[in-house]
Ligand binder design. Structure first.
Ligand code: NAD
Length: 282
């Protein structure tokens, strides 16, 4: 590859750029971001070689690869503009947390050289200053090729992720959103809701936030994640997130029933079964 453009030079965009460098990429790494501060920080930290807040400037960059790393609901608008300024040979991929319909819409705009991707790696932190070169090592990276995806583009994207230490797995865009709606988006929704519960149940004379122990803090660490990013994810994967929330409410209702009815044996059995299942994934 000659040169790479990272769109959205935040935590994930910065991590991708750093990982490329760490693994010996010798070409130029450019950044595009709407926020001039992101570009300035990324340049100062040496994460990108050059950056711009003016998308048309990327036409001079001779790009081989574009990595979309901004919030998911910005991808379509950016792709429409970007298409005017990159060669038809340039491969476009992304790190967005939602795929589904978005993959087909991006294919409509960019054609077969677009490859949907989602590294299952991250933290609750935002911004290029927190980016990590080793972020993807030993982590799953889901690619969501369709019938239309160009085989060479898919091969290149797969090769890059494997070079950066990722373990590539393919899924359909629909399956991706079902799986991650439940295993990732639901826990974030629950963490936000749990903190909200403490806000609502605090009384004028009792500030519940004075008392949380390690359990509450561990459980709700992800509620410190970026609100705009999570708003976009919840709305972009609306149907699966709603299905997951409904499943969770049903499980809570079941727990409620067992506690209300003081069903000691059933309650122990419920908790034991859940504990066993949870321990299997450590
Ligand atoms: P971030 O807030 O750290 O960075 C996002 C960057 O995008 C910021 O610099 C922001 O200025 C820029 N941006 C916003 N709107 C833009 C636009 N219209 N055009 C250009 N730049 C724009 O967020 P992040 O954590 O790096 O997440 C980025 C993407 O990665 C999201 O799509 C998210 O779904 C995905 N993702 C995040 C994680 C995670 O744990 N953080 C994990 C996997 C995937």
């Amino acid at each position: 590859m000659e040169s790479v453009l990272v769109v959205g030079v935040g935590f994930m965009g910065g991590s991708f750029a750093k990982a490329l460098r760490k693994h010996g990429f010798k070409g130029k790494i450019y950044g595009y971001d709407i926020n001039p501060e992101s570009i300035a920080k990324a340049k100062t930290l040496g994460v990108i070689d050059e950056g711009t807040t003016n998308l048309p400037e990327v036409k001079d960059f001779n790009l081989s690869l574009v990595m979309l790393s901004s919030p998911v609901r910005t991808f379509e608008g950016i792709a429409r503009e970007l298409k005017k300024y990159i060669s038809s040979e340039a491969v476009v991929t992304d790190q967005g947390s939602v795929k589904g319909e978005l993959v087909y819409r991006l294919e409509e705009i960019l054609g077969s050289r677009y490859v949907g991707g989602h590294p299952i790696a991250g933290t609750e932190r935002s911004g290029v200053e927190h980016s990590i070169a080793e972020l993807y090592e030993g982590k799953k990276v889901i690619l969501t090729p369709t019938e239309r995806t160009d085989v060479k583009a898919l091969g290149l994207v797969r090769e890059i992720w494997e070079e950066l230490g990722g373990e590539v797995e393919y899924m359909t865009p629909e399956l991706h959103d079902y799986v991650f709606g439940i295993v990732s988006h639901l826990p974030h929704a629950v963490a936000f809701a749990l903190v909200d519960t403490l806000i609502k149940l605090s009384k004028p004379d009792v500030d519940l936030f004075k008392y949380p122990g390690g359990g509450f803090k561990d459980f709700t660490r992800i509620a410190k994640s970026d609100p705009v990013m999570w708003r976009d994810i919840f709305l972009a994967n609306k149907e699966n997130v709603l299905l997951a929330i409904e499943g969770f409410i049903n499980s809570l209702r079941e727990l409620e029933r067992l506690i209300r009815g003081e069903k000691e044996e059933e309650l122990t059995e419920f908790l034991r079964e859940v504990k066993t299942k949870r321990m299997e994934i450590d």
